[in-house]
Design a protein around this ligand. Structure first.
Ligand code: SF4
Length: 225
């Protein structure tokens, strides 16, 4: 079977058909605040560890913008210890909360009412927020379309044959955004599906190609089978 050249949207539909809706971002009642904190904490760590940190923040009454803004740094770090790089992430949380409190009167909706371009630039200006975290916040909290690129997305896209693995974040993002309708819901669902597939089937070592729903459009599989 030949590889379909414009197969990005096909990948989305195949994954959706295989796994169903993932309904991200998972929250436990904390709304957009919880999404933002989760997005900052989840870099380079498992979601299970993030959940432990979120629970501790809740138990310790560090569960809104002002509470984290005014918190003792060591106490905040201690609460998020399970999320690795906790001092760095505690500082990023404080930086984000300072922006919301000082520049947007403590109202996230004012921040999220910026245009997509201004919002992304504002988020990227916060020390500790990189493109992936910014795009997580934009898609799942601000509900605006900015395609999220992570290691799972890069791995699957490169193996399938969309673009080389060593391309930059913005090169991957441009390729996905050019081939997809600019739709926040689709971006959010697609990202969740890619993470599901990348963590369960298209793993870093020994991908489970024989069980993979993408094998008929995957360059890696078709070349190596
Ligand atoms: S066929 Fe194998 S390499 Fe290709 S996407 Fe599936 S698991 Fe990954």
């Amino acid at each position: 079977m030949t590889i379909i050249s414009n197969n990005i949207i096909n990948i989305y539909y195949i994954l959706l058909d295989n796994y169903g809706n993932q309904n991200w971002w998972p929250v436990t009642g904390g709304g957009k605040f919880e999404i933002i904190v989760g997005a900052i904490l989840c870099q380079n760590v498992s979601w299970k560890n993030v959940q432990t940190s979120l629970e501790l923040l809740k138990i310790n009454n560090l569960w809104d913008y002002r509470a984290i803004y005014q918190s003792n740094f060591e106490h905040l770090s201690e609460c998020i210890k399970s999320s690795r790089y906790f001092n760095q992430k505690a500082q990023t949380l404080k930086n984000f909360m300072a922006l919301v409190i000082e520049d947007f009167n403590g109202q996230e909706e004012k921040l999220f009412s910026l245009t997509l371009r201004d919002l992304r630039n504002t988020l990227l200006s916060i020390n500790g927020i990189g493109p992936e975290t910014a795009d997580d916040i934009i898609v799942y909290a601000a509900l605006k379309p900015s395609f999220i690129i992570d290691q799972y997305t890069k791995r699957i896209a490169s193996r399938v044959g969309i673009t080389p693995l060593n391309n930059s974040y913005s090169e991957f993002q441009t390729i996905f955004e050019k081939k997809l309708p600019k739709d926040q819901k689709l971006y959010g669902e697609f990202h969740a599906l890619l993470d599901k597939h990348g963590s369960n089937i298209c793993t870093k070592k020994n991908p489970l190609c024989e069980k993979c729903c993408l094998q008929n459009i995957c360059k890696h599989y078709l070349v190596n089978k």
